[in-house]
Write a protein that binds this ligand. Structure first.
Ligand SMILES: [Zn+2]
Length: 160
């Protein structure tokens, strides 16, 4: 088929992308059948694209693998440590302060001994538990904010 090889070459990219109109496509098909030069440039372009996409894919999987290894190495230990630390804090701080608050609010010692000297002043009975509650809420708010920030930092790492 009579054609300009140079012009066809510019069509080949669209041919590979399946972007040509049906008539253009048919024309290129006919050209490729009888022009070695155009057939060769199709082959070459195809090969080039394959190697580019393979390279990109390899790179992607490599990055992915690196991230996974990094996550597995630093993530597991850090997450376990965080989990244990939080669990411990909740146990010690939570139960300890709950117990103390309970003792204060119910005025347990005074109830037990009936001694006026053991009577806890009202402002302490309700002040301390309120203080403990406030500090507790503050503490956990800050803690969870930190954890959130840490997660975002990790995500930023992955992106770089
Ligand atoms: Zn040609």
């Amino acid at each position: 088929m009579k054609h300009s090889c140079q012009e066809t070459e510019s069509l080949i990219s669209g041919y590979l992308d399946r972007e040509l109109t049906q008539s253009d496509r048919q024309r290129v098909d006919l050209i490729l059948e009888d022009c070695d030069r155009c057939a060769a440039s199709l082959k070459q372009l195809k090969k080039l694209r394959e190697s580019v996409s393979t390279l990109a894919f390899d790179q992607l999987t490599k990055t992915e693998k690196d991230n996974m290894t990094k996550k597995a190495k630093t993530g597991l230990g850090a997450n376990l440590g965080q989990l244990l630390a939080i669990a411990g804090l909740i146990l010690v701080y939570g139960i300890g302060s709950f117990w103390l608050s309970w003792e204060l609010i119910t005025d347990a010692k005074f109830v037990e001994t009936g001694d006026a000297d053991d009577k806890v002043p009202l402002f302490i009975r309700f002040g301390i538990p309120t203080l403990i509650g406030g500090v507790g809420i503050l503490f956990f708010t800050v803690l969870f904010q930190r954890l959130k920030t840490a997660r975002i930092d990790k995500y930023r790492d992955v992106q770089i």
